[in-house]
Design a protein around this ligand. Structure first.
Ligand SMILES: *Cc1c(COP(=O)(O)O)cnc(C)c1O
Length: 371
């Protein structure tokens, strides 16, 4: 089955095989595994070991995003969140429920966040301490540039938190060049092509030390994760980690390196996206984004304007053909979403387009343009 949902993604059999072991997370044989994975993730982020650290947290992307918000923003503190779509909405809710004050910046959701809009919003509100930005907005498929947004955040003397959950490993990152970044958060089950279970933040050590005690939650306190790591060693965990997921990530990182790292992964995903984007056009469907704003992670396609359209029936017809997509959509008007990430190749995307054509015929969908 091709998993194009996107995330968790299609993984390699070797990655899944790495789950078939028992581990004692506190054992001296396990510790180098976690320490090694953290060091490799730091290199992918462009971090320097004297200034940055990679912090593991059990759980999913929402958990690590909440942890970053709690750990770096004071209770009652304000953060500006460009309204990129459903995932910025999620950051808004996480922040609000953690007792921080999100301030949303309305922007067009079909193109990248204009940095000058962020600059103008910060100028008007000097008590906003942070900006929270979604690197790749999985709801729309648009990539927002943390380097350009970071430049205005830095110039305004504020701090940046980046949700790179659907970007890390595929889109470029250089935290050493962006001192305004407090944390970049991500999970291994998207562009790193591993399995769910653990989440990670790349964070600045000086800021972690300055922010100790803010979180208001022991579980979600990155400063506590850092302090524990200093005390007990980089392969240690405060609470039971997901050791199988960490072992799988090690194998996934071996494939990541062998492929040629982030640039190679971005090139493959970009090719996957092009084959998919051109393919859906060729069968009469309409992608939601203009080609110049279409990112390489996920393509949203307008629901065909045909009375026979039914997303769940389309998903089921595709599944019978070995392709699994989401049975929900995140765009303002009906659509379906197809991921371009995971251990999949452009040929797989051609196969998926072929399956879509067959499924549309099976459902009797003739009018394929958007409403
Ligand atoms: C997948 C995703 C998340 C988090 O998802 P979880 O289900 O919590 O792992 C957060 N942000 C973005 C942009 C995502 O794509």
């Amino acid at each position: 089955m091709l998993l194009l949902i996107p995330g968790p993604v299609t993984t390699r059999p070797e990655v899944r095989a790495a789950l078939a072991h028992d581990f004692a997370p506190w054992d001296n044989d396990f510790r180098p595994l976690l320490a090694g994975v953290r060091a490799r993730l730091l290199r992918i982020a462009g971090g320097t070991p004297d200034r940055h650290t990679v912090l593991p947290l059990q759980g999913c992307g929402h958990f690590i995003t909440e942890a970053a918000v709690r750990s770096f923003i004071l209770p009652g503190g304000k953060l500006l969140i460009p309204d990129t779509g459903p995932y910025s909405d999620r950051m808004v809710r996480l922040a609000r429920e953690a007792g921080r004050v999100p301030v949303t910046l309305p922007i067009s959701q079909t193109m990248p966040t204009p940095p000058d809009a962020v600059a103008a919003a910060l100028e008007g509100e000097p008590d906003i301490s942070h900006v929270g930005v979604v690197y790749s907005e999985t709801g729309s498929g648009v990539v927002h540039d943390p380097a350009m947004i970071g430049a205005v955040v830095r110039a305004a003397g504020r701090r940046l938190i980046v949700d790179a959950v659907s970007a890390f490993g595929a889109l470029p990152l250089d935290v050493a060049a962006q001192p305004e970044i407090d944390a970049v958060v991500f999970t291994p089950n998207k562009c790193l092509e591993s399995v769910p279970g653990m989440a990670f933040a790349v964070a600045r050590i000086d800021r972690l030390e300055a922010c100790a005690g803010h979180a208001g939650s022991w579980s979600f306190d990155l400063a506590s994760v850092h302090a524990h790591s200093l005390r007990a060693g980089p392969g240690s965990s405060r609470f039971t980690p997901a050791p199988q997921a960490i072992n799988a990530l090690k194998v996934a990182l071996d494939f990541f390196d062998a492929e040629g790292g982030q640039p190679a992964r971005l090139a493959r995903y970009t090719e996957n996206m092009r084959v998919l984007y051109d393919g859906v056009l060729s069968i009469g469907l309409e992608p939601c984004l203009a080609p110049e704003h279409q990112g390489p992670i996920i393509v949203n396609v307008h629901a065909p304007d045909d009375p026979a359209w039914d997303l769940q029936r389309f998903v089921d017809a595709l599944k019978r053909r070995g392709v699994l997509i989401s049975n929900f959509y995140n765009t303002p008007t009906p659509s379906f979403r197809v991921g371009c990430i995971g251990a999949i190749m452009p040929d797989d995307m051609s196969r998926a387009v072929g399956a879509m054509a067959e499924a549309l015929n099976e459902l009797g969908i003739n009018r394929r343009r958007a409403a």
